[in-house]
Design a protein around this ligand. Structure first.
Ligand code: SAH
Length: 246
C-alpha cells in the first residue's frame, strides 16, 4: 500500500489512535464491516483528518468498533504544498456542496462561509452538512486533512482575517482585475505558501466591498473574460493555485 496506490480510505478519529493501534467506530465501522465486508487480517488505509495516514491490518471487528494494528504511517499524506483557504458566499441549492466537494478534492484546507451584501440567507444546519461533504471528499480522493468549515463571518471580517504573509486574492470579474496566473508567480517562489481566495455571491461583490478588500491588501484577480458561476470560480481558482504550487 504505497502512497498514491488506489485504495479505500477510512476515517479514524484522532482520539482513537493509540501507539500502534487504531479503533474505527460509528459510520466508518459500519462501512468497514458491512460495505467492505472486512475480515480479520485485511489491510486498509485510515486517515485522521489532521494529516496522518495509517496503513493498517484489521485485528478484530467488535459489536461497536474495529481494532486494527498500524503497519506504517505517513505525514501530510496526499496534501498539496500550499495552505489554501476559500472564503466564499454560501449559494442556493446544492451548489455550495459542489464547491466544498470539488475544492476539497483539489486541495483546499479551509472554507470560510462569508456573508457579503448580496449573499442569500442559508439554513444554519448547512455548516454540519458541508463539514460532512468535506469529510467524504477527503476520503474519496485520498487526502489526510479534513478541511475545516469555519463559522460564518461578515465580508469585513473575512478581509480583515489574514496577515500580510498570506497571498490575499479576491476573485473578481472586473476589468481592473489582474489575471490570476500572473499573481501566482509569487506563490511558486514561497516556501510554505498560504493563499486565501475570496469568492463572491451570485450577485457579485458591491464596489464598496471591492474597495474594502483592496484597502486590506487583497488583490482582485480575474479568471478570464467570461462570468463564471461562483462555485465554478472557486473550483477554477483552487485548481490554478494548487497547480502553481506543484
Ligand atoms: N457580478 C456578477 C456575477 C458574479 S459571479 C453579476 O453581474 O451578476 C459570482 C462570483 O464568482 C464573483 O463575485 C467572483 O468572485 C467570481 N467570478 C465569476 N466569474 C469570474 C471571473 N471571470 N474572474 C474572477 N472571478 C469570477
Amino acid at each position: 500500500m504505497r502512497q498514491g496506490a488506489h485504495a479505500d480510505f477510512f476515517y479514524v478519529r484522532p482520539t482513537d489512535v493509540r501507539a500502534d493501534r487504531i479503533f474505527i467506530v460509528d459510520q466508518e465501522w459500519h462501512l468497514l464491516r458491512v460495505l467492505h465486508r472486512a475480515r480479520d487480517g485485511q489491510r486498509f488505509l485510515a486517515v485522521d483528518g489532521l494529516g496522518h495516514c495509517f496503513a493498517c491490518e484489521l485485528l478484530r471487528i467488535e459489536p461497536d468498533r474495529a481494532e486494527a494494528k498500524i503497519l506504517q504511517r505517513w505525514e501530510r499524506y496526499g496534501e498539496p504544498r500550499v495552505h489554501l483557504t476559500i472564503a466564499a458566499s454560501p449559494l442556493r441549492g446544492e451548489r455550495f456542496d459542489l464547491l466544498v466537494e470539488k475544492c476539497t478534492e483539489l486541495g483546499v484546507s479551509m472554507f470560510i462561509p462569508v456573508r457579503a451584501t448580496r449573499t442569500q440567507p442559508w439554513a444554519s444546519d448547512r455548516l454540519q452538512r458541508w463539514q460532512r461533504v468535506a469529510l467524504a471528499a477527503m476520503k474519496q480522493c485520498g487526502r489526510s486533512v479534513w478541511p475545516e468549515v469555519a463559522q460564518p463571518v461578515s465580508f469585513a471580517e473575512a478581509v480583515d482575517a489574514f496577515p500580510s504573509s498570506v497571498l490575499r486574492l479576491l476573485a473578481h470579474e472586473g476589468e481592473d482585475a489582474a489575471p490570476l496566473a500572473s499573481l501566482l508567480k509569487r506563490v511558486e517562489r514561497n516556501d510554505v505558501p498560504q493563499v486565501v481566495v475570496v469568492v463572491g455571491p451570485e450577485g457579485g461583490f458591491t464596489s464598496e466591498e471591492v474597495d474594502l478588500a483592496r484597502s486590506r491588501g487583497f488583490v482582485p484577480v480575474s479568471l478570464g473574460t467570461r462570468r463564471l458561476r461562483a462555485e465554478t470560480a472557486a473550483i477554477v481558482a483552487t485548481a490554478l493555485v494548487v497547480a502553481a504550487c506543484g
